[in-house]
Ligand binder design. Structure first.
Ligand code: ZN
Length: 138
């Protein structure tokens, strides 16, 4: 069995964003030389997510409004976590959108369902953050 590990770095200039990282993950698979196996992609921060869904801007706008209804950023004083920081909402948004995704690799490609794409979800940006890519297989 072969293994591969890489960290992808992000520095998003806004508080929240969704970034399509599918091509970055395919590049990792190509670098790994693994053609049959699994790829795990996880945010290494507790205020960011990795998730799979459609690359459709209306949906991403809807996600942002939905998450902001569930866990509004303002007023920051509504959260007990926000003593000396202001990112309690980002922890909750990450919890809903998830920590990681796992995708099968078949014949050297991401073995997706129709319309599936991989996204990095940022909920407390404007600083450097990492995503771990771990691939195992043959
Ligand atoms: Zn925090």
């Amino acid at each position: 069995m072969k293994t591969y590990r890489k960290e992808l770095w992000f520095e998003i200039q806004t508080r929240r964003a969704f970034i399509n990282i599918t091509s970055d993950i395919q590049t990792c698979i190509n670098e790994s030389g693994i053609t049959e196996g699994l790829v795990l992609i996880n945010a290494m921060h507790i205020t960011a997510s990795v998730f799979i869904n459609d690359d459709e801007s209306g949906l991403h706008h809807d996600y942002d409004l939905w998450l902001e209804k569930l866990a509004p950023h303002e007023p920051v004083s509504q959260y007990r976590h926000n003593v000396g920081e202001d990112n309690a909402d980002a922890h909750m948004k990450r919890q809903i959108m998830g920590r990681e995704s796992v995708v099968a690799i078949t014949a050297g490609k991401l073995d997706f369902g129709t319309w599936e794409q991989i996204f990095y979800g940022e909920f407390d940006g404007r600083r450097k953050k990492r995503v771990l890519v771990k691939i195992i297989g043959e």
